[in-house]
Design a protein around this ligand. Structure first.
Ligand code: DND
Ligand code: ATP
Ligand code: GLN
Length: 542
């Protein structure tokens, strides 16, 4: 039997578009001689639809699309992910995989483990399904499951949806439909979980993952076929739509392929896809950003150009009296290397106008962070004016390290529609920059070697206000991603006073992050809806 694993890139709730896309892939699978095409979790509505699932009109539109698909399928069989209405106490839906054959639903498997951690919130809408059975299809027994149901570690949880499925009647192959978002390290994690699963059950796995950017989530695809020894036989593209055709009668032919490795280029590809999909799915073609001559805006500009095309990106240098000529030159050279638009808007006179306006109220008061923030806000204001006038979306440039400790200005450099690097720690921003420059100097070398500075006052340097990023970033990772205590972080060799100061800053600046633009998630714990902390709180960790 030939099975097509089809990783699609849906737009949430765009039923007409998503259905046409599924139909087009079904035709390709049919032409390739496939008996069955398998699509990702919640195929027709896209994942995660969130509270749209609470709207009856949404579910009705979904049903119309599903009916049309049933009429279309003909002799082509497929597996699609569908929210299915249920009755009785509990939540109103199951998250199901339907096997469609001969234009009707012949089998369904319901998701049993509903992820409700980090960015997932499935218990809000779905009721857990009952254990599934293997289903006979064209001479083989298919073991169908939905995403999280294959993620139980068999050694820790011997009784789990897969072991129950196998115990109830051994399938020949496991098929899993997923919507599994990327973060740096996820590819290895997936390979390990799936390898353990295949080896422990002695079964091969066909895994289909959604692809595409959806708000902050980056679905990476990388659908795959794994044999019963846990070797990857075939793997689909990362961060792009793709179809793999697997012949289950010649399962182990050919050398195994290496599982995808999660090197920095994957993060870059994810950020490019996330930026492109966010703008294009909403209807924006062009973007604008402030190019300071620093590393963050440089990397954001490169990602913007890769995502949208250099012709669709406008970079604006806005020097103040504290901006060095080298910064302006670096910004101009970078824009030249990228071939994107470049404008110079000096802000000296605007700063002077603010100073004059505020002079009566600020008389006798020394300059402080207020005047620094005014510069950042003038720039944010000018960039938003360009966004309004030309219909460009403003890409904001702040990185995760700054956002964590509040080293950024509300309504200033935090202005914007999409924060491309909001989940990228500063050290990783440098890693991205070096990778971008691997073959030729795209980002002028001086931008990589100069000490990071906000240039908001004379001779300012980030490290006057913050610990070095090589120290700050691992503390942030330990606290935010691993939930370590102060003692746990200090035990890794960090100074207690520094650790406590960083944690205090993280807590104190929750309010800023609640007002920040959406960021693209590339770590296991991003700021945003997967990390819910109160703004007002009195919990002390020292
Ligand atoms: N809990 C709370 N809930 C709601 N609002 C709260 C609040 N606490 C303060 N606020 C408000 O927030 C204001 C303070 O925030 P904000 O105005 O943003 O300013 P603030 O955090 O005081 O200063 C910005 C910092 O970011 C640095 N910076 C700025 C720009 C770029 C970069 C860079 O390197 O990229 C660094 C700058 O050097 C300075 O240290 C307060 O005046 C108050 O209005
Ligand atoms: N002179 C400038 N011209 C244009 N934009 C600027 C300028 N200075 C700051 N910005 C904008 O404000 C953002 C914050 O800049 P700032 O230099 O304060 O901090 P940063 O985090 O070190 O960022 P970068 O590494 O891009 O300089 C920049 O990324 C850029 O978008
Ligand atoms: N949609 C899901 O069930 C996703 C959960 C899963 N553990 C993942 O991220 O891969």
């Amino acid at each position: 039997m030939k099975i097509a694993l089809v990783q699609t890139n849906p737009v949430i709730g765009a039923f007409e578009r998503n259905l046409r896309q599924v139909q087009a892939w079904l035709e390709k699978a049919h032409l390739a001689g496939c008996d069955l095409a398998v699509f990702p979790e919640l195929t027709l509505c896209g994942y995660p639809p969130q509270d749209l699932l609470e709207r009856s009109t949404f579910l009705e539109a979904h049903d119309r699309a599903l009916q049309e698909l049933l009429g279309f399928c003909g002799e082509m069989a497929c597996v699609v992910g569908v929210p299915v209405l249920r009755h009785g106490p509990g939540k109103p839906l199951y998250n199901s995989a339907l096997l469609i054959d001969g234009g009707r639903v012949v089998f369904r498997a319901r998701k049993q483990l509903l992820p409700t951690y980090d960015v997932f919130d499935e218990s809000r809408y779905f009721e857990p399904g009952e254990p599934a059975l293997a289903f006979p299809f064209r001479g083989q027994r298919l073991g169908l499951s939905v995403c999280e149901d294959i993620w139980s570690e068999p050694l820790r949880y011997p009784l789990n949806p897969v072991t129950e499925l196998v115990a109830a009647g051994r399938p020949d192959v496991l098929i899993n439909i997923s919507a599994s978002p990327y973060y740096h390290g996820k590819l290895e994690e997936r390979a390990r979980v799936f390898r353990d699963l295949c080896r422990s059950q002695g079964l091969p796995l066909l895994y289909v993952n959604q692809v595409g950017g959806q708000d902050s989530l980056l679905f990476d695809g990388h659908s795959l076929a794994m044999d019963r020894e846990g070797r990857v036989c075939r793997v689909a593209a990362g961060f792009a739509e793709d179809m793999l055709v697997i012949d289950t009668d010649h399962w182990q032919e050919g050398a195994p392929v290496p599982p995808p490795t999660d090197t920095i280029d994957q993060v870059f590809a994810g950020l490019v896809m996330g930026t492109r999909d966010y703008l294009h799915k909403i209807g924006f073609k062009q973007a604008v950003l402030g190019l300071s001559g620093g590393i963050d805006s440089a990397v954001t500009a490169v990602i913007g150009c890769a995502a949208l095309g250099a012709d669709n990106v406008l970079c604006v240098a806005m020097p103040s009296p504290y901006t060095s000529q080298a910064s302006v030159d670096d910004a101009r050279n970078l824009a030249g290397n990228l071939g994107c638009g470049f404008e110079l808007l000096p802000i000296h006179r605007t700063m002077e106008a603010y100073r004059e306006t505020l002079a009566p109220l600020f008389a006798g008061l020394a300059d402080d962070v207020t005047e620094q923030n005014i510069q950042a806000r003038i720039r944010g204001n000018l960039l938003m004016a360009l966004s309004n006038k030309f219909g460009h979306l403003l890409l904001s440039t702040g990185n995760k390290s700054e956002l964590a400790v509040g080293y950024c200005t509300l309504y200033g450099d935090m202005s914007g529609g999409l924060a491309v690097l909001a989940d990228v720690p500063k050290v990783m921003v440098y890693e991205l920059a070096r990778w971008i420059n691997r073959d030729r100097e795209v980002i002028p070398e001086h931008i990589l070697t100069r000490p990071p500075t906000a240039e908001l006052k004379p001779d300012q340097c980030d490290q006057d206000d913050l610990p070095p990023y090589e120290i700050l970033d691992p503390i942030l990772e330990a606290y935010l991603e691993e939930n370590l205590s102060v003692d746990g972080i200090v035990a890794r060799g960090f100074d207690r006073a520094v650790v406590c100061d960083v944690i205090r800053r993280i807590k104190r600046n929750e309010y800023k992050r609640k007002q920040a633009p959406l960021g693209l998630k590339v770590t296991s714990k991003a700021f945003g809806y997967g990390r819910r902390y109160p703004i007002v709180q009195g919990f002390v960790e020292e």
